[in-house]
Design a protein around this ligand. Structure first.
Ligand SMILES: Cc1cc2nc3c(=O)[nH]c(=O)nc-3n(C[C@H](O)[C@H](O)[C@H](O)COP(=O)(O)O)c2cc1C
Length: 374
């Protein structure tokens, strides 16, 4: 008997099932404010046990793409409230994914045309941001050369996260997920081959974790540990993140610290099984299982979510083996708003259209129908 479709307590939140909708940027907010279309899209998917929102920038500085609904202005808070109210009306739960891209941005998006702020002075080679081109038109551009945050500025960024956390609660979110995955600001601190600092956030094993733990602690103090989750992607290589020898040790140490703090969950994004990630020759199922085992042990009672090429069978096996508590699906939720029902009843899944992943209107966004027999 599978546990996947039974209720689950995640922090304070009582989830209807263990299926999570993974965070997915859809770049459809022209003024960076969530609107009625955002609400419709999430409400259609609210039978997920938990929705993690698309990456929501916690400040203008944290933004690397135009048209992402942020969580730092009053209008943005009001915009998100429509979505959270609608998801709750259907019995769903929704966490906001807190996003600061660090160096994966462009001067045309940054306040005052400044350089993107990072842990590092190293350029993210091959990474693209979505800003304004030479003609002032929105377009993809190579990430600009970053300016390392000064030690004092790091404290200011921590406070930006705290303000955003208060905003998220005001907007009705059930909690927040710190986006420490996929090559963005947190990984720029965590990765010793990217972090080129010399201060207390420098590349030594202990110092690399400091920024992440300071943000976690500050948000926990503001809104409570049970409302805080974090997303990580050990072995991820998106946006110029080279592998380093003690990846496993780093994430084991981080997981132990997070476990002690009693946060709601650790969400692992396994890029090995992510169709859009660079292929890694060393990736193997064995490595993923070892990582899950180590994080599970290190983090104690913290709930574990896994995303990346998830299937029903894999979810059942991993939950059954006690290696994860919840299974997250990304792309399947784009084209199957009623994914939970389809999985539970073994109904066929619709294939998403990649061309409409980012930008545009309702097409490829809120017009995928629920399952109907032919
Ligand atoms: C269109 C799209 C947008 C995404 N945006 C985000 C994001 O904002 N934050 C994030 O952490 N991951 C993001 N991801 C990664 C997904 O959360 C998920 O981990 C990934 O798609 C792997 O799961 P899947 O194989 O079930 O799709 C995105 C993926 C897609 C396809």
């Amino acid at each position: 008997m599978t546990e996947l479709f039974k209720p689950y307590s995640l922090g304070d939140a009582k989830l209807a099932n263990r299926i999570v909708m993974a965070p997915m940027t859809r770049s459809r907010a022209p003024d960076d404010v969530a609107d009625e279309r955002t609400t419709l899209y999430y409400a259609q998917r609210a039978t997920a046990g938990l929705i993690v929102s698309e990456g929501t920038p916690i400040s203008r500085e944290g933004q690397g793409h135009l048209f992402n609904p942020g969580i730092y202005t009053d209008a943005q808070v009001r915009g998100w409230k429509l979505t959270t109210d609608s998801v709750h009306a259907i019995g769903g739960k929704i966490f906001a994914q807190f996003w600061h891209v660090g160096r994966v941005s462009h001067t045309t998006i940054q306040p005052g045309g400044a350089a993107p702020r990072s842990a590092s002075s190293r350029v993210a080679q091959g990474a693209v941001a979505f800003g304004y081109d030479e003609d002032g038109e929105p377009g993809f551009l190579p990430a600009s050369e970053p300016m390392p945050l000064s030690t004092e500025e790091v404290e200011r960024v921590v406070q930006d996260f705290v303000t955003a956390a208060a905003n998220a609660v005001a907007a009705g979110f059930d909690g927040i997920e710190i986006h420490a995955a996929n090559g963005y600001l947190f990984e720029q601190f965590l990765n010793p081959l990217v972090n080129d600092r010399t201060d207390r956030y420098s590349a030594s094993a202990e110092n690399r974790l400091r920024f992440t733990l300071e943000v976690v602690d500050a948000i926990v103090t503001k809104i409570g540990a049970s409302k805080v989750g974090i997303r990580i992607s050990p072995y991820g290589q998106l946006f110029d993140m080279p592998h380093y020898p003690d990846i496993l040790k780093t994430y084991e140490a981080l997981s132990a610290e997070l476990g002690q703090r009693g946060i709601a969950y650790i969400h692992i994004m396994d890029q090995t099984n992510f169709s859009m990630a660079p292929k890694d020759a060393h990736a193997s199922e064995e490595r993923t299982l070892e990582l899950l085992r180590r994080i599970k042990v290190a983090s104690g009672k913290t709930s574990i979510i896994l995303a990346g090429g998830m299937t029903l069978d894999r979810a059942k096996n991993l939950v059954g083996d006690g290696l994860i508590d919840l299974a997250a699906f990304g792309q399947p939720f784009i084209s199957n708003p009623d994914l939970v029902r389809r999985l539970e009843q073994s109904l066929p899944l619709a294939t998403p259209d990649r061309d409409t992943y980012y930008g545009g209107g309702l097409n490829g966004y809120a017009d995928y129908p629920p399952f109907a027999p032919q």
